[in-house]
Design a protein around this ligand. Structure first.
Ligand code: MOS
Length: 750
């Protein structure tokens, strides 16, 4: 089953927001945003901009008829700034003009006077000043203080991991069109159609049923369009409300980079205690999350950092605390892994530090502590169907780790100016929204009278091929060929109250709903077929566009059956609702069973560092991954490879840089390096771990979007391994990304 979008993608025929045919009277929007990171707005003079020919109107917070508020988890973010600005790039006004060019000219004519206030750009500064988004959270298991006293080794250290730009190929954008009676239809490039609908209704002061959101597909999201696709759509909707004309707003890349939040940078501190035989007995970590100027999704992301703070290891005594630190950066937001990668980098750093100080191979400590069946996570969930050890040992054997390690050693003995490094990276990633109430989805299936089928779900197609998986579910359950099934756009009038497509859970949640809806249809259609064939309903099955009786193909076709069902006035549409069973979490105790299941795997990364220049190449990443029973290995391996490249980019190349005034310096692709074909691993091998799959996953095919990103963390430690081979005086550090500049400094550190 190929990705159903590949044909139109390669021909350039796939439709995105910017490809829509627009109405002739369409106007174009553009944000006027803050040129300072923190200050009081003394005055804004729009008169010259308003006087420009072609400018229709400039909207500000004064034009909001509902609430000037877009905060999701915490109501702390105005759509447009009122008296103060809190980050460089914060929207202040929305220019609507007859063309994008006019709007841009008008923007340059706006004069603003801002009285500077002190700027905080780092989480550490924020913590010192007591600047937080909300109260800190802590997960605790056992007694770390007592346990450290009984450890043979105790080490402490500090880590930093930088942010990451989502760099979806398609920038943020929307097209809002007035309908009759003040209704508005918005086509949006969002992962969260309901979030856009709800927020637009709130800001416009109208009921949600007046706002329809339609999503065709996204040119990438990666979390960057989970919450942050919302403001642009809402601004356009406000303009439509006042002007009763369509408004389109596509952000150009420069504006998108400046105005949107990114992966959260984290400054963290750890303390790790081990016994002589390398058992980790106690682990403490304090995570300082650089949340930016408003909450956005930061509290939820902070929570996932705690959930993944011990990665795939069992540690009996754990104390972890996370602070969401309020700074004057654009609000940082969801990004593939959602705080998990930041947590996992810290435990891996702690293990690397311990190994370095003790003088053993890091993997010996990793291996001694991998999770086993019935181990307890710090948040109370008991690990079951654990694949930490099985994937680790499968990787060691399948890729002949012994030989790989010997090759590295002999290469390093023979070469002075090039050094190789190797590292193993195990992962354990929990699947479900950690906010239990979000784990639900719906599907609406229509069988048309000619036998063709339309499937609507709450799933947003963003390149991850979720629509292909939904199609597979429908065609398998209904027993028809794939050309009979069409995936409809994601639309709030067909499927309402959706959770965003996020948390790697979209295929599971929506797929289960598709399955339920199809099974209900099959039940009804079986009655019709039983009548037509004069047999018992229980021996009817559906396969290859035909009806089968007792495992034998009958002469009755799907199309004939559907026509007869029509004549018998049987309902050919079905709506189903799926809510993940079992999961729960009690925030007052910070204990529960938040995840439907975990995804495991192990990656072996080898690198070669050029010790003259500090540059490096990723030689190979060899992975054993727990797909469960993959329903589409082509798609799933694509997800592994994409996530891996993104994870390696985060750990090695991509360096977000703000100056002390809070201005984004890495504001273009000339100053922000993303992985290209030359920086991709020269070899990527992925072997599916053989398991029975997991019942909570759709067709036992486990969620795959986020978990493999964290294999990229292995690149950091493989490079570090090579640096250690070159420079015996290197003081071990954990400061990602490990850019060539930093590698060079480490190589020649005295
Ligand atoms: Mo994803 S980072 O849960 O949008």
């Amino acid at each position: 089953m190929k990705n159903i979008d590949s044909f139109t993608h390669v021909r350039g025929e796939s439709l995105f927001v910017d490809d829509l045919i627009i109405r002739q009277d369409t106007l174009f929007g553009l944000c006027f945003d803050s040129p300072k990171a923190h200050g009081k707005i003394k005055s804004v003079d729009y008169s010259k901009a308003e006087a420009l020919e072609g400018v229709v109107r400039i909207f500000t917070h004064k034009d909001v008829l509902g609430e000037n508020q877009i905060g999701g988890i915490i109501p702390d973010e105005p759509l447009w700034a009122e008296d103060e600005v809190h980050f460089w790039g914060q929207p202040i006004a929305f220019i609507v003009a007859d063309s994008e060019a006019t709007a841009k000219k008008a923007r340059a004519l706006i004069d603003i006077e801002i009285e500077d206030l002190p700027v905080i750009t780092t989480a550490k500064q924020a913590k010192e000043k007591g600047s937080f988004i909300n109260a800190p959270r802590s997960f605790n298991l056992g007694d770390t203080a007592a346990s450290f006293n009984n450890c043979d080794y105790v080490f402490e250290g500090e880590t930093f991991s930088n942010g990451q730009e989502h760099l979806y190929l398609e920038t943020q954008g929307c097209y809002a069109v007035p309908q009759e009676n003040g209704n508005i239809k918005i086509t949006s490039s969002t992962q969260g159609p309901t979030q856009v609908q709800k927020t637009a209704a709130r800001v416009l002061g109208v009921a949600m049923h007046k706002i329809e959101i339609d999503v065709i597909r996204l040119g990438g999201g990666f979390g960057g369009k989970e919450d942050q696709a919302t403001p642009w759509a809402v601004m356009a909707a406000v303009a439509v409300q006042h002007l009763n004309r369509p408004v389109k707003y596509m952000l150009n890349r420069h504006d998108d980079l400046r105005m949107t939040g990114k992966r959260h940078p984290y400054s963290s501190f750890f303390k790790i205690g081990l016994t002589k035989d390398f058992k980790i007995k106690a682990f403490e970590a304090e995570f300082l999350q650089n949340s930016g100027a408003a909450a956005d999704l930061s509290p939820a992301i902070a929570e996932r950092t705690l959930f993944h703070a011990t990665n795939s290891y069992f540690i009996p005594n754990v104390k972890t605390t996370v602070y969401s630190c309020k700074t004057n950066l654009p609000p940082n937001t969801a990004f593939r892994g959602f705080g998990g990668p930041q947590g996992m980098f810290v435990i891996e750093s702690a293990i690397a530090k311990a190994a370095h100080e003790i003088g053993v191979n890091k993997r010996q400590i990793q291996e001694a502590n991998l999770l086993q069946e019935n181990d307890e996570f710090s948040y109370g969930q008991i690990a079951t169907e654990v694949q930490a050890r099985s994937s680790w040992h499968a990787a060691k054997e399948a890729y002949n780790l012994k030989k790989l390690e010997e090759d590295v050693i002999s290469f390093n003995e023979q070469n002075n100016h090039f050094k190789k490094g190797i590292s193993l990276m195990p992962i354990a990633f929990g699947i479900s929204f950690t906010n239990t109430p979000m784990n639900h989805a719906r599907a609406l299936i229509h069988i048309y009278q000619d036998g063709s089928i339309g499937v609507s779900t709450g799933a947003v197609e963003m390149g991850q091929s979720v629509n292909t998986k939904m199609l597979q579910v429908a065609k398998d359950i209904l027993g028809v060929s794939s050309d009979r099934v069409k995936l409809e756009t994601t639309n709030t009038t067909r499927v309402a109250n959706t959770s965003p497509s996020a948390a790697s859970s979209t295929a599971d949640l929506n797929g289960k709903a598709v399955r339920m809806a199809c099974e209900s249809l099959i039940d009804r259609l079986s009655n019709v077929a039983a009548g037509m064939l004069s047999v018992n309903k229980d021996i009817i099955s559906f396969k290859e566009n035909m009806i089968w009786v007792d495992g034998k193909r009958s002469d009755l076709s799907w199309n004939q059956l559907i026509m007869q069902a029509m004549l018998e006035r049987v309902a050919l549409s079905e709506n189903a609702h799926y809510a993940t069973p079992v999961i729960h979490f009690d925030k007052s105790k910070e204990k529960g069973h938040p995840f439907a299941y975990h995804v495991y795997g192990t990656a072996i990364t080898t690198v070669t560092v050029d010790c003259i220049r500090g540059i490096y190449e990723i030689d190979a990443v060899k992975i054993v991954h727990d797909f469960g029973k993959s329903m589409n290995l082509g798609i799933d391996i694509g997800q592994v490879e994409g996530a891996l490249a993104q994870g390696i980019g985060w750990m090695t190349l991509e360096e977000i840089s703000y100056n002390d005034d809070g201005r984004l310096l890495s504001n273009a692709l000339s100053t922000y390096k993303v992985p290209d074909i030359f920086s991709a691993a020269k070899t990527i091998e992925t072997i599916p771990l053989e398991t029975g799959g997991n019942q909570m996953a759709i067709f036992k095919s486990k969620a795959v979007g986020e978990p493999p990103l964290m294999y990229g963390i292995g690149a950091y430690f493989a490079i570090q391994d090579a640096v250690k081979a070159f420079n015996k005086r290197y003081t071990i550090q954990f400061h990602a990304p490990f850019t060539p500049e930093k590698v060079l400094m480490a190589l020649y550190e005295k």
